[in-house]
Ligand binder design. Structure first.
Ligand SMILES: C[S@@+](CC[C@H](N)C(=O)[O-])C[C@H]1O[C@@H](n2cnc3c(N)ncnc32)[C@H](O)[C@@H]1O
Length: 398
């Protein structure tokens, strides 16, 4: 088996020979013969080092704030139900610790202490876990507008911010491969699982394997928080969205839930409508006369999130009539089309979006998933690669 296939089988990552070649050249910057002689075997330190060069450990604090709000709502409700329980949260993949530390900071603010709620945080990459344990970050880890949490929970020195001990007390880090976890030993262990921005790097088969492991780890009444672009893949593999609004919050599909979830609609929305920072009740259209395009777009999104597709579409179209080059509006219009079952129209909108903004990550993800669902896995894989590249570029530029 080729080295690429070996890595794909072991990790689930969908790679190209060029990806592996580049990583090998970085690992063994000698001649080709030396690289061939050193083709690392699974389980060896060289194999792990190669994986470190192939993964995208990009993350930042409070990435997609709505997800953390949803997590906190869930924890509060559960502790209200079972005040003596100790909840277990899993962050997998946790990259350099940004996600689990964000959860820990949310818990602290809510007055939930580590005896009530503990966080396990796993990642494939040894380097990422070492970074997470060090708890030391550059400016790149802080990308939101509101950074008050940084003053509260980090100590600043030499251009780095180091997370304080009281936040660390919630989190236990370990290197682990999602696909190799002992699902039987961990069955039903976690009340809340974060699995975000991982499946986008997996092909359909690996996604199935991952979904089965996640379903095993999650308690039957637990909640899985995914990346919004990953929710549809999980919905194809044993999960169901909670409702129309929190499309990234998933439950295990049981006989009870499987029946009443008919609609392609929540799934379709799950694929394309990103989580919004705060769920806000929709207001009546039209937008205020002096609303900026961004405000109008935000209002259209709120309508879409609330399932008011006609209002959302009307706002989008009005906006595009004035500003036909607004890529985000094309993306949203595509999401609305898809939610309404107009798949080809959705594809046209997303293509228009990527024509205007070739690095539009969400549109590239949506096109990848759409083509995969339509059975065109080659085209799906090509959009998936472009999405991964856009993702890396966007992270680097932020
Ligand atoms: C883009 S980061 C996502 C981090 C975080 N969840 C977030 O959303 O910001 C993707 C991470 O997945 C990890 N990863 C890739 N394949 C994995 C696997 N099979 N098991 C566990 N982690 C994996 C990588 O090492 C990388 O750190």
């Amino acid at each position: 088996m080729s080295l690429r296939r070996t890595i794909e089988d072991a990790t689930g990552l969908a790679l190209t020979d060029a990806d592996v070649g580049r990583a090998l050249r970085e690992l063994f910057p000698h001649d080709a013969a030396a690289r061939a002689a050193h083709a690392p075997a699974p389980g060896t330190p060289a194999f792990d080092a190669l994986l470190d060069l192939l993964v995208v450990p990009e993350s930042w604090m409070f990435r997609d704030p709505a997800v953390f709000e949803e997590a906190l709502r869930f924890v509060r409700a559960r502790l209200a139900d079972r005040p003596d329980a100790r909840l277990r949260i899993l962050s997998l993949p946790c990259a350099g610790g940004e996600e689990p530390y964000s959860v820990a900071m949310s818990l602290m603010r809510a007055g939930v202490d580590p005896r009530q709620c503990a966080i396990d945080a796993f990642d494939l990459s040894h380097a990422a876990i070492a970074r997470a344990r060090s708890g030391r970050y550059t400016r790149n880890a802080f990308r939101g507008a509101d950074l008050a949490f940084r003053e509260r929970h980090f100590t600043h020195a030499d251009g780095h911010w180091t997370v304080n001990a009281d936040v660390r007390a919630y989190v236990r880090f370990a290197q682990a491969n999602l696909l190799e976890l002992d699902a039987a030993a961990l069955a039903g262990r976690y009340d809340l699982v974060f699995c975000r921005n991982l499946l986008i790097y997996f092909d359909e088969a690996a996604t199935r394997r991952a979904a089965a492991v996640l379903a095993a780890l999650l308690a039957d009444d637990g909640l899985l928080l995914s990346g919004y672009a990953e929710a549809p893949a999980l919905c194809r593999n044993g999960f169901t969205t909670q409702g129309a609004r929190q499309v990234f919050a998933l439950r295990k599909e049981t006989d009870a839930t499987a029946e009443p979830v008919p609609a392609a609609r929540p799934r379709a929305r799950a694929r394309t409508v990103p989580p919004q920072p705060a769920p806000v009740a929709p207001q009546a259209p039209p937008a205020r006369a002096r609303a900026t395009p961004q405000e109008q777009l935000a209002q259209a999104r709120r309508h879409a999130d609330a399932g008011h597709l006609a209002e959302a579409e009307a706002l989008c179209r009005a906006l595009l009539a004035r500003l036909p080059e607004l890529a985000d509006a094309w993306f949203l219009l595509g999401a609305i089309d898809e939610a309404a079952g107009r798949i080809r129209a959705a594809e046209r909108c997303w293509r228009r979006c990527t024509y205007l903004d070739p690095q539009h990550y969400e549109a590239l993800c949506s096109l990848a998933l759409l083509h995969e669902q339509l059975g065109d896995s080659a085209r799906g894989a090509s959009f998936r690669r472009r999405a991964a590249q856009a993702y890396e570029r966007r992270g680097g530029a932020a």
